[in-house]
Write a protein that binds this ligand. Structure first.
Ligand code: CUK
Ligand code: CUA
Length: 664
C-alpha cells in the first residue's frame, strides 16, 4: 500500500515537473525562480500538509488560477433561504446568490424598488419565509439554452422566473388553486410549460374542510404554467391544472424524445393517512408507509391541452382545472405501481426509461415508455384506484430493477450509459449501467457497478447537463444533508456539504474531489450547465434600462441633469448617477409629501454599480450600469436623512452622498 502510494507520488511529481517545464518554455526560459522551483516546492507542500496523492490529484483537478472562469455553472436551490445559488464548477466558488423569494440588500431586492416581483405581491413588506427545492433551467429541444431559470417555493406554492440575461427574478406567481408544492419547477423540452406539482393534499381553492373528509374533498394538483419566452413571463390565462387524488405527489420529471408529451410524478401516502398521533391515530411517518406499492402518475399533457381547448375544465379561483374524473376517463392520467414510498423520478437521456428511486426499497425501478404506451393501447390494466384512475400492471410497465443500496432517492445520467443514484441511508452514490437503452453502457446490462461514499446523507445529486438529452458526464455534485465533522465547528446549526465527484474514469472508481460548505439553507436540487451557454449582459444594453421589463423605458433618463418637479403633494426627482456624485445632492420635501424618485446609472464601464440607501426609510437599491430604478414612498418622518452610495465605486465613493430634508 505504502509502496504504491509512493509510485503515485512519483507520477504526480512527474506531472508537476512537466507543467513546470511547459510553463518555463512558454515564458521563454528559467527567469522565473518560482516556476523552476515548483516541483520541489509542491512536493514540500504536499509533505508538510500531509496530502496524499489523491489529495494532490483533487487539488489539481479543481484549482482555478485567478482570472480563469469555471467551465460549468451549477444552479442550486437555496432551500429555506428562499434564494437560488450560482456556483462555479469545478472550483465550487459561489458566484452569486440570486434573490428570489427573500429580500436581499446587495441586489436592492425587496427594499422599496418599484416593479419588483416581491414588491408586487407583498407591498407591506411582510415577506413570508420560502423554501426553494427544485431549480429548472429553460430548455430548447431538451438541452439547456441558458436563457431562464425557474424555481418553486414549497411552503407557499409559488413559482418564480429568473432571467439569465441579468440573473434577476422577474416574476413570482402563487398558485391560485393550491397552497403548497414540491415537484416544482420542471420544464417541458421546449419550455412550453413550467410544471408545478403539489405535495400535501388540501381542499382545492384555499377553503376549510375538516380532515375527516380527506378522501372526499382533499386533493393534489399538477399545474402547467404556460411560458412566454418573448415576454419572459408565465401567463396564467394560458395555464391550467389537473386535479389529482390526495396522495402525496412528490418529485416530477418531464418526458423528452421517446416520452415527450408526458409528465411523470411519484407519489406516496396512497394509504390516504391523515395523521393525528395526539388523538391515538398512527403518525404520518407510519401511516404513509404501509402499502408495498404506491402509484407513479403518468400524465399526458398534450391530451390535457386538447381537453382544455375543447372547454372540458372547471374554474377554481378563475384558474382552469381539469377534473380528476375527466383526466382519468380521457387518457390524461394513468398510474403505474411503484415500490414503497418512492422519491425521485428521472428520465434517461433518450426519454425511453423512467427511473424511480425506492427510498424505502433498495432498488431503482426502471419503467419503459414503449411498454407503457403498449399497455395503455391494449388496456392492460390491473384495475382502477378508488378515484377511478386506471392502473397499469407493474410488469406491463417495468423494464428492470437494480439493487443499488439503502435509501435510493435521485438519479442522474452521464454520456457513457451510466446512471448515478443517491443513497440517503448508505451515504453513497451508486453507479449502475443502463441496459437496453440508446445510452447503453459497455456492460450492456442493467446492473450495479460501483459506489462512492459521501459525507453524509446525500439527497439530490447533479451531473453536468445530467438531465438533458445530451449529458456531459465528467463531474457530479452530491448535495449532502449533513456535514457533521467535515468542517470547523460553527455551532449546532451546520452547513450543508456539496461534494464534487469526478466521474470521468468510467472503468475505475469515482473520485471525491472537493467539499463545499454551504451555510445559507438546504440546497435540495441543482442543475449544472456548460457556462458557454450563457448570454448574460455585461452592462445593461441602453442607458435608462428597466431591468424588470428588459426595455429602455424612457430615453429622457439617458443622461442630463438632475431635476426636481413638484406637482401638488407629489415630488418627482430624477437623479443621474456617475462617479462620484448624486444630482441633486439636496432633496427637500415637506412631511407627508409623496416622493417618486428615479435614479439612472449613466456608467458604461463593467462593474461600476452604484447603490442607494436612505437612513430611516427602508430603501435600498443596486443600480447597475445603464439601469434606471424607481422608488415611491411617503416622506412621513421629519428630519435630516443622509443618503449615500453603498457600492465602493471610486476613490471618492464616500463623498457620493446627499441629504434628504423632510421639513415639518
Ligand atoms: S427533495 Cu430534497 S432530497 Cu425536495 Cu427533491 Cu429529494
Ligand atoms: Cu457610487 Cu459608491
Amino acid at each position: 500500500m505504502l509502496k504504491s502510494n509512493w509510485i503515485r507520488y512519483t507520477i504526480v511529481a512527474g506531472i508537476l515537473l512537466l507543467f513546470a517545464v511547459m510553463l518555463m518554455l512558454m515564458r521563454g526560459g528559467g527567469k522565473n525562480a518560482m516556476v523552476s522551483g515548483l516541483p520541489n516546492e509542491a512536493m514540500e507542500i504536499a509533505r508538510s500538509r500531509e496530502l496524499s496523492p489523491d489529495d494532490v490529484y483533487a487539488a489539481l483537478a479543481t484549482y482555478m488560477p485567478t482570472g480563469r472562469p469555471d467551465e460549468y455553472l451549477m444552479f442550486a436551490s437555496g432551500g429555506h433561504s428562499g434564494q437560488l445559488l450560482v456556483i462555479g464548477v469545478p472550483s465550487m466558488r459561489l458566484l452569486k446568490t440570486v434573490a428570489v423569494f427573500t429580500p436581499e440588500p446587495w441586489q436592492g431586492y425587496g427594499y422599496g424598488v418599484m416593479e419588483n416581483p416581491l414588491q408586487e405581491k407583498y407591498p407591506d413588506s411582510a415577506y413570508p419565509p420560502a423554501d426553494t427545492h427544485h431549480p429548472a433551467l429553460s430548455e430548447t429541444n431538451g438541452e439547456y439554452d441558458g436563457e431562464f431559470a425557474f424555481i418553486g417555493d414549497k411552503t407557499n406554492g409559488r413559482v418564480a422566473v429568473v432571467d439569465l440575461r441579468d440573473f434577476e427574478t422577474k416574476q413570482i406567481l402563487s398558485n391560485p388553486v393550491i397552497n403548497n408544492n414540491h415537484g416544482a419547477a420542471f420544464v417541458t423540452p421546449n419550455t412550453e410549460y413550467v410544471v408545478e406539482v403539489s405535495q400535501y393534499g388540501v381542499p382545492l381553492g384555499n377553503k376549510y374542510v375538516p380532515i375527516e373528509k380527506y378522501k372526499e374533498e382533499y386533493r393534489g394538483l399538477v399545474t402547467f404554467w404556460k411560458f412566454d419566452r418573448k415576454k419572459g413571463r408565465l401567463i396564467p390565462d394560458q395555464s391550467f391544472s389537473i386535479e389529482l387524488p390526495p396522495y402525496w405527489q412528490d418529485l416530477a420529471d418531464c418526458g423528452k424524445l421517446a416520452s415527450d408529451g408526458w409528465v411523470f410524478i411519484n407519489s406516496f401516502n396512497t394509504e390516504l393517512a391523515t395523521g393525528g398521533m395526539e388523538k391515538g391515530n398512527p403518525p404520518f411517518e407510519a401511516g404513509t408507509a404501509e402499502n408495498d406499492m404506491d402509484y407513479m402518475h403518468l400524465i399526458n399533457w398534450k391530451k390535457a391541452e386538447e381537453l382544455i381547448s375543447s372547454g372540458k375544465f372547471q374554474k377554481i379561483n378563475n384558474f382552469r382545472v381539469i377534473s380528476l374524473k375527466d383526466a382519468s376517463e380521457s387518457g390524461v392520467l394513468y398510474f403505474a405501481p411503484e415500490p414503497k414510498s418512492p422519491h425521485g423520478v428521472d428520465i434517461c437521456p433518450c426519454g425511453e426509461h423512467i427511473v424511480v428511486g425506492g427510498k424505502l426499497d433498495p432498488h431503482v425501478t426502471i419503467f419503459g415508455m414503449s411498454k407503457i404506451k403498449q399497455a395503455i393501447e391494449a388496456k392492460d390494466f390491473e384495475g382502477k384506484d378508488v378515484y377511478g384512475v386506471p392502473i397499469l400492471k407493474f410488469d406491463a410497465a417495468k423494464v428492470a430493477q437494480v439493487e443499488v443500496g439503502l435509501g435510493p432517492l435521485h438519479t442522474q445520467f452521464d454520456d457513457q450509459g451510466y446512471a448515478y443514484t443517491s443513497l440517503f441511508l448508505d451515504s453513497a452514490v451508486a453507479r449502475w449501467s443502463m441496459g437496453d437503452c440508446k445510452f447503453k453502457a459497455p456492460e450492456g446490462d442493467w446492473k450495479m457497478i460501483s459506489k462512492i461514499q459521501t459525507h453524509y446523507n446525500i439527497g439530490h445529486l447533479a451531473a453536468v447537463e445530467g438531465d438533458t438529452v445530451k449529458p456531459s458526464g465528467k463531474m457530479l455534485v452530491a448535495l449532502n444533508k449533513w456535514s457533521m465533522d467535515r468542517f470547523t465547528n460553527v455551532g449546532p446549526l451546520l452547513p450543508q456539504n456539496l461534494q464534487l465527484i469526478d466521474i470521468n474514469n468510467t472503468g475505475e472508481s469515482m473520485r471525491l474531489l472537493y467539499d463545499m460548505p454551504l451555510g445559507v439553507g438546504e440546497p435540495h436540487y441543482a442543475q449544472i450547465m456548460k457556462a458557454e451557454r450563457l448570454k448574460a449582459f455585461e452592462v445593461y444594453p441602453e442607458i435608462g434600462w428597466n431591468a424588470h421589463t428588459q426595455t429602455q423605458v424612457d430615453p429622457k433618463f439617458a443622461g442630463g441633469k438632475g431635476t426636481v418637479v413638484v406637482k401638488g403633494n407629489t415630488v418627482e426627482i430624477y437623479t443621474p448617477l456617475i462617479r462620484s456624485h448624486f444630482d441633486p445632492e439636496h432633496i427637500e420635501v415637506k412631511k407627508g409629501q409623496k416622493v417618486i424618485w428615479k435614479l439612472t446609472n449613466l456608467e458604461r464601464t463593467r462593474d461600476t454599480t452604484h447603490g442607494l440607501t436612505v437612513a430611516g426609510y427602508r430603501i435600498g437599491a443596486s443600480i447597475e450600469p445603464g439601469e434606471t430604478v424607481t422608488f415611491e414612498f411617503v416622506a412621513d418622518k421629519e428630519g435630516v436623512y443622509p443618503f449615500y452610495c453603498s457600492e465602493f465605486c471610486s476613490a471618492l465613493h464616500l463623498e457620493m452622498m446627499g441629504y434628504l430634508f423632510v421639513k415639518p
